[in-house]
Design a protein around this ligand. Structure first.
Ligand code: PGA
Length: 316
């Protein structure tokens, strides 16, 4: 089946608007025979007349009115498309498709609030899940940007470091180890630990830390959220190792204590990550720049404390 072209729709719409071939030709900067030829071409494809001449006047036939209706809908749809594409190009009205790991969410919320303050028209889609899930979303190109801990080598990712992420050992404030000025790693060996689920970056860093010292960790329970771990530690179910950045409230309210364990904190870092070949939209690019800038600097500022890490450094 032959299809009408957009050009044919445009000619038809001009004829329908003016109900005159000559005025349509004038508007389109075509000759009148060219317009007549286009109209005949349309009628051949559709197999019915779209206009009729009664006396000196031209009218649309019923089929002509149907085609006009469809044609106006198509034109409006194309206008919408152009408008939407223009918006995608704008930092102030685009959409940011971001995934962050559970732990860094505490930091990202503040960054997002400041970014929105600067670009209130931006719509933000934020996925919060663990490290494995965020890596998976990068691999399947479902997100523009991620904020997370260190990324593995060989995944075609660009990762730029922008902030420290110290992991500390937490206990209830009345735990005997909380009173000690110094706690050795060996002291921890007999304590039960609450750990995050497999796939969590925090859990991976914790496991690497103890493996490197030839120590087995006694894990009493596995939980898929930092909040659950904090509550379980408060309830005396064991010790935990979490990012200091997730503990602000509990430490201020003295519901949890940080133990003074040797070799702690485990110093990890946060990275802005995207696929190396990703064509970042203006909004994604603006957000990346915003995250990397030192606090209080204009958007264009350089990022002295961040560094390009491609390939990644070995894990701390
Ligand atoms: P997670 O985050 O423990 O919530 O997975 C840490 C990371 O990004 O490595």
């Amino acid at each position: 089946m032959r299809r009408l072209t957009l050009r044919q729709f445009r000619v038809f719409e001009a004829v329908a608007r003016h109900l005159s071939f000559s005025r349509a030709a004038e508007e389109l900067h075509l000759s009148q025979p060219a317009v007549s030829m286009q109209m005949r071409g349309i009628e051949v494809i559709l197999g019915m007349p779209l206009t009729e001449q009664l006396g000196k006047k031209i009218f649309l036939t019923e089929a002509g009115r149907e085609v006009l209706h469809a044609s106006q809908a198509i034109t409006a749809r194309l206008d919408d498309l152009q408008h939407n594409l223009a918006q995608l190009q704008s930092v102030d009205s685009g959409r940011l498709n971001l995934a962050v790991t559970t732990t860094v969410n505490a930091v990202v919320t503040g960054i997002l609030a400041r970014f929105r303050g600067r670009h209130p028209g931006v719509s933000i889609h934020l996925d919060v899940s663990n490290r494995e899930s965020v890596l998976n979303q990068l691999a399947t190109n479902r997100i523009d940007l991620a904020i997370m801990g260190q990324v593995p080598d060989g995944l075609d990712l660009e990762a730029i470091r922008f902030m420290d992420n110290p992991l500390v050992v937490i206990a209830p404030p009345d735990h005997p180890l909380a009173r000690r000025k110094k706690v050795s790693i060996d002291d921890l060996a007999t304590e039960p630990f609450l750990v995050r689920e497999a796939g969590s970056g925090t859990r991976g860093a914790m496991a690497r830390f103890f493996d490197a010292r030839g120590l087995a960790l006694r894990t009493s329970m596995e939980m898929s959220s930092n909040e659950a771990i904090k509550q379980a530690v408060q309830a005396g179910l064991g010790l935990g190792i979490l990012s200091l950045q997730t503990l602000e409230q509990e430490l201020t309210l003295q519901r949890l204590a940080v133990l003074a364990v040797e070799d702690f904190p485990i110093m990890r870092h946060w990275y802005v990550v995207h696929r190396i070949d990703k064509r970042l939209s203006p909004v994604s690019q603006a957000f990346k720049t915003f995250v990397l800038q030192p606090v209080g600097q204009p958007d264009e500022a350089a990022t002295p404390h961040s560094e390009r890490l491609r390939p990644e450094r070995p894990a701390p």
